[in-house]
Design a protein around this ligand. Structure first.
Ligand SMILES: [Zn+2]
Length: 372
């Protein structure tokens, strides 16, 4: 009976989290102050973990997957849940680099504060004895087999956090309850469940490929408009890039991700929000409509059509034509409790070049096929 109530609470929290993220939809709020956006513009820690960095370092992925598989065998927890916990922690470190101390280039992203590791009442914050840690109800455990629960050992870290979360049971609902008990943050629960779905679906951890939101063969124009003032709905600064194109030009997903938000918003019109594996929220606004296939919680891939360029927004549902048709594209980084925007323009430039290069290569290949 108690369990049922806990389960209901967690379902409510997960549901609440999706409402919260809908409510905190970028185009619906003026939450971000001018100062904050400015700081983000110049701020540290906003570099992206994109395809570029994954090319440079293919091995860390193998090393990570190796640890996930090993711990999965020991704990019975599916690798994609271990990967999802680890990835969530990694994105928190990228978003809060000063608050979270890690070794340089760690394979595992999990960070645990000493009191949580050794137990709140444990007088020895450096305790690494699994037995006394257990006595003080710390979460620290030995996952590497050296009889030490070492806060600096990556295997011990992931093993300890996963064991705690896994102790609530094997089912999806148990996992959500375990996550809630560990993080006490409904956004964290929602993120980790999203990440686990992505990893399970694609059955790999390298899912960073990107695409330009419009087909590069289409006619469009854009420039850097970050931070410009705008006045509809109260003064707010422009947190994104406007890509001008005709009504009906396809709008495509820029990433592998999950459709987190879909529907009307007074400012954004028909808009869609996609969460990627790096905990970035890709936001597309002013669409003329959605692809019929796309539903909330769907998994999408880079280049997949999600809707069409339009001029919807700035009024009640269906309002259109108050400005020239364009795609408003924004990216927001989840920082744990809040999200903040950063300038998507440099990423857009890069994705556009990559797509053009791919298209040229494909054309060359096709020409070769014809001539031979
Ligand atoms: Zn815009």
């Amino acid at each position: 009976m108690n369990r049922f109530i806990v389960l209901l609470t967690v379902c409510f929290l997960v549901w609440g989290a999706s409402l919260v993220s809908a409510a905190s939809d970028p185009a619906s709020s003026n939450e971000l102050t001018k100062q904050e956006s400015k700081r983000n513009l110049h701020g540290a820690g906003v570099q992206e973990q994109g395809p570029h960095s994954s090319e440079v370092s293919a091995n860390p992925y193998q090393a990570r997957r190796h640890i996930y598989d090993k711990l999965s065998t020991v704990t019975g927890i599916p690798w994609y849940r271990l990967a999802a916990i680890d990835q969530y922690e990694r994105t928190m470190t990228i978003a809060n680099p000063k608050k979270r101390k890690t070794a340089s280039n760690p394979v595992i992203g999990v960070v645990v504060e000493p009191p949580k590791w050794v137990g709140m009442l444990n007088p020895d914050l450096n305790d690494d004895n699994p037995k006394s840690i257990q006595l003080f109800k710390g979460i620290g455990k030995d996952g590497s087999g050296d009889d030490r629960a070492n806060l600096n050992d990556e295997t011990d870290l992931l093993y300890s956090v996963a064991s705690y979360i896994g102790s609530f049971g094997p089912h999806n609902d148990d996992f959500a309850i375990g996550l809630w008990n560990y993080y006490e943050n409904s956004r964290a629960v929602q993120r980790i469940i999203q990440f686990a779905r992505l990893y399970e679906h694609f059955d790999r951890i390298q899912i960073n490929e990107r695409a330009f939101p419009l087909p590069v063969s289409a006619t469009y124009a854009y420039r850097s408009t970050w931070g410009m003032g705008r006045h509809y709905g109260g003064f707010r600064i422009h947190e994104g890039t406007d890509i001008f194109a005709s009504h009906g030009v396809p709008v495509r997903s820029t990433c592998f991700g999950i459709v987190e938000v879909k529907g009307w918003n007074r400012l954004g019109g028909w808009r869609i929000g996609i969460r990627d594996i790096n905990n970035l929220y890709h936001y597309y606004a002013h669409l003329s409509g959605y692809d019929k296939q796309i539903k909330q919680n769907d998994i999408v891939s880079p280049g997949q059509i999600i809707g069409w360029v339009g001029s919807s927004g700035y009024g009640k549902p269906g309002t259109s034509g108050k400005f020239p048709p364009h795609l408003h594209f924004g990216i927001y980084r989840d920082r744990g409790l809040i999200e903040y925007a950063f300038d998507p323009y440099p990423s857009l430039k890069k994705w556009e070049q990559d797509d053009k290069r791919k298209e040229r290569a494909a054309r060359k290949q096709a020409a070769k096929g014809k001539s031979s």
